[in-house]
Design a protein around this ligand. Structure first.
Ligand code: HEC
Length: 218
């Protein structure tokens, strides 16, 4: 039973016990506690600038942590080794888990006058007004995208604690997905159609392959 249900049941029981004729002595339920912050939160930059100057550089600390480098001798995996390498990843993850909550503070999406690439035949982006309207129509979705990115940041923090190099590769992929899942929804939703097309095409090709039998594969 959830805590709320328990409160309701306890309330009903109290009413049943004292009714009729006695005035209810049960105190009214306490109002839900407001989320206590230590002070006001005021935005300084737009979402676009927050991305450019905080979220994006922080994510690079994670994306660049592991990579395959081609050399004359072949390819080598570059992975974190020193304390400094690991603290760079931790800085990225902390900046993301904390910084992404700044997207909950209402702020302009772009600097003054910047309409994104939202007009003309080659428009690929929504205008700041369109993004705002989308967010306000469904703030739960916006917050879900924020939490999804935060979860990847938390995952990276765990990896850093245990220094699990192997898991950094997957984490990079998850990070990329969390960024793109929000961008495709709010920034360039036109690309959704492209993505969907690609998926349909892939499925179609897959079905052809299956019909022709497994032997077709090289
Ligand atoms: C909750 C949604 C959300 C998440 C999560 C998110 N972004 Fe963004 N991002 C946006 C929006 C919205 C814009 C477009 C703002 C505009 O131009 O109006 C944007 C724009 C950007 C830009 C363009 C900045 C510029 O100067 O043009 C970059 C770069 C970027 N994001 C990187 C990232 C990276 C990297 C991640 C993941 C680590 C990420 N974003 C996660 C919402 C999000």
């Amino acid at each position: 039973m959830t805590a709320d249900r328990r409160v309701v049941c306890a309330g009903l029981l109290a009413v049943a016990l004292c009714a009729p004729g006695c005035s209810s002595s049960t105190p009214p339920p306490a109002p839900p506690k407001a989320l206590a912050l230590w002070g006001d939160l005021k935005p300084v930059v737009s979402v676009k600038e927050l991305m450019r100057d905080m979220i994006d550089p922080a994510s690079d600390n994670i994306f660049d942590a592991v990579k395959i480098v081609s050399t004359r001798q072949g390819t080598v995996d570059r992975v974190p080794k020193t304390d400094e390498d690991w603290s760079k990843i931790r800085i990225g993850a902390v900046t993301i888990v904390e910084g992404v909550y700044l997207l909950k503070i209402p702020r302009p999406f772009t600097p003054d006058g910047d309409q994104n690439n939202s007009t003309g035949p080659d428009a690929t982006e929504l205008s700041p007004a369109q993004i705002k309207a989308k967010l306000e129509a469904d703030p739960v979705l916006w917050n879900a995208k924020i939490e999804a990115l935060r979860n990847v940041g938390l995952e990276v923090l765990e990896i850093v604690k245990k220094r699990k190099v192997d898991e950094l590769w997957d984490a990079g992929g998850n990070l990329d997905q969390a960024c793109e899942a929000c961008h495709i929804e709010y920034w360039y939703p036109g690309d959704k159609a492209v993505l969907l097309d690609r998926r349909i095409q892939e499925r179609y090709e897959q079905s052809l392959g299956e019909k022709a039998g497994r032997g077709r594969r090289p």
